[in-house]
Design a protein around this ligand. Structure first.
Ligand SMILES: Cc1ncc(COP(=O)(O)O)c(C=O)c1O
Length: 398
C-alpha cells in the first residue's frame, strides 16, 4: 500500500530481475515486452510499443504514418511544446488551432477552419488530464481522411463519454517523464489497434529492423547470427525504452489506479477551495468526462490582481507547487526567430507568417491567466494543507 510514497509496488523487484538477468533476453530479461503487453491490456488495445520518451513516440507515429515535408499537422498551441516538436522532427508543418475558453482543450471548430488540402493529421492533447471533445474531431477526421494521434502524456485513466481516453483516435502516445501519473524517470508508450501502423511504428522505434513487428521488439538470435541476414528494411530512430526503465514503469502501471486516484483526490480538495469564488475559475470538466488531473488548473479573472500578485500572496501564506502555463508554442523564440534546426525550409512562407500574435486569440487570452497546482501529493495531508492555503488566499484577495 501507498504510505506517502510514489514507488511503493514491485518497481525494485523488477529492477533486480533485470539486473540479475544481465539485460539478456536469453536469460529472461523481457521487461519491455511485459510492460508493452500489460499497458495495452489496461487500455484494451491490441498493441503497445514502448519508447524512450513521450516525444519520440509521437515523432515515430507521424513517420510511420508517412508524414513528411509539405504535410500539415494540426496541433493546439496551449500544451507542452513536445507536441509541436514531434511534427517538426518529422519535417512537417505545425498548424495551430485555437482552444475552448472553458475546458482549455483544442477546439473542433478551430480545427475545421485550419484544414487545407495539405492537412494530413491532427494531434489532440488531453490537456492537464482531461479529454478534448473528441466526437466532432473524429467526424472531421473521417470527413477529410485525417489521421488522429492522441497526445495523452498528461492523461491516464481519463474517460470521454464512457470510453477510455487513448482509444478515441487512431493511436495514442504516453509519457513516463518524472512529472507524469506514472514514471520511470523517462519513457513513453504508443498504443493502437491498427496492426499495420503498429508494425511500422515498431520499425521506426528500432533501427528499421526486418525482424521486429507490432508485438515483437527484438530480432531473433538465429537471424542476427546469419551473415546473410538483411536487417534493415527501412530507416529507424532507435527510440527503444531501456529494460531498467521498463521495470520501473511496469511496477508503476500495476498501481495506476491508486496513482491516478491520489491526483484526483488532491484535485477535489483544490476544487473545494475555489468553489464559490467569482474570480478563480477552474477548468470545466464536462459531465460525460472523467478527469485524471495531471494538474489542477484555474483561470484567474480578478480585475485588479495579476497572476504574480496571486502567486506572491499564495507563497506568503506557505503555498507551494504553483506553475504558470507554458508560453503558447508559436510565440516561443524558436518560431519568432525561425530557428527550427533548418526544418524551417520545409514550411511555406504563408504558414511561417501565421506564427504570430493573433493566431489563436482564445489561447492567447488564457495563457497568461492560467494557474496550475500540482496534484502529485503522495501524502494527501500536504494536499489538504495546500488547498487550505489556497482558500485562505482567495478570501484575503477577494
Ligand atoms: C502534453 C505533453 N506531450 C508530450 C510530452 C513529452 O513527453 P516526454 O517528456 O516524455 O518526451 C509532455 C511532457 O513531458 C506533455 O506534457
Amino acid at each position: 500500500m501507498n504510505a506517502g510514497k510514489r514507488l511503493f509496488g514491485n518497481e525494485l523487484k523488477y529492477v533486480k530481475e533485470v539486473l540479475e538477468t544481465e539485460f539478456r533476453s536469453s536469460k529472461g530479461s523481457m521487461m519491455t515486452s511485459r510492460l508493452e503487453a500489460f499497458f495495452a491490456e489496461k487500455f484494451g488495445t491490441r498493441f503497445g510499443i514502448a519508447f524512450v520518451n513521450g516525444t519520440a513516440t509521437m515523432h515515430a507515429v507521424l513517420e510511420a504514418h508517412g508524414i513528411g515535408p509539405g504535410d500539415e499537422v494540426i496541433v493546439p498551441p496551449l500544451t507542452m511544446s513536445a507536441t509541436t516538436f514531434a511534427v517538426l522532427q518529422a519535417n512537417a508543418t505545425p498548424v495551430f488551432a485555437d482552444v475552448e475558453p472553458d475546458t482549455f482543450q483544442i477546439s473542433a471548430a478551430s480545427i475545421r477552419e485550419r484544414i487545407t488540402p495539405n492537412t494530413k493529421a491532427i494531434i489532440t492533447v488531453a490537456l492537464y488530464g482531461l479529454s478534448p471533445d473528441m466526437d466532432p474531431i473524429m467526424d472531421l477526421a473521417r470527413e477529410h481522411d485525417l489521421f488522429v494521434l492522441e497526445d495523452n502524456a498528461e492523461c491516464f485513466l481519463g474517460t470521454y463519454k464512457g470510453r477510455k481516453v487513448g482509444t478515441l483516435g487512431h493511436a495514442a502516445s504516453y509519457s513516463f517523464q518524472s512529472s507524469k501519473h506514472i514514471t520511470s524517470g523517462e519513457g513513453g508508450m504508443v498504443i493502437t489497434d491498427d496492426p499495420e501502423l503498429a508494425d511500422r511504428v515498431r520499425k521506426v522505434q528500432s533501427l528499421g529492423y526486418a525482424g521486429v513487428g507490432a508485438s515483437k521488439g527484438k530480432i531473433t538470435k538465429a537471424d542476427i547470427q546469419d551473415p546473410g541476414y538483411e536487417r534493415h528494411v527501412t530507416m529507424g530512430w532507435n527510440y527503444r525504452m531501456a529494460e531498467l526503465c521498463s521495470a520501473v514503469a511496469l511496477g508503476q502501471m500495476e498501481n495506476i489506479k491508486e496513482l491516478v486516484g491520489i491526483r484526483q483526490k488532491s484535485a477535489e480538495m483544490f476544487a473545494q477551495a475555489v468553489a464559490g469564488s467569482n474570480w478563480v475559475v477552474p477548468q470545466r470538466t464536462p459531465d460525460d468526462c472523467v478527469h485524471s488531473y495531471w494538474t489542477f488548473v484555474v483561470k484567474l479573472e480578478h480585475p485588479d490582481h495579476s497572476w504574480h500578485t496571486v502567486r506572491d500572496a499564495l507563497r506568503a501564506n506557505g503555498g507551494d507547487g504553483v506553475y504558470g502555463a507554458w508560453q503558447l508554442t508559436y510565440l516561443e523564440p524558436m518560431f519568432r526567430e525561425m530557428d527550427l534546426l533548418r526544418r524551417e525550409r520545409f514550411i511555406s512562407d504563408e504558414n511561417k507568417a501565421r506564427y504570430a500574435p493573433g493566431l489563436c486569440p482564445v489561447a492567447e487570452d488564457l495563457q497568461p491567466r492560467l494557474m496550475q497546482f500540482k496534484t502529485n501529493y503522495w501524502d494527501l495531508s500536504r494536499a489538504e494543507q495546500q488547498a487550505e492555503i489556497l482558500a485562505r488566499t482567495i478570501r484575503e484577495l477577494s
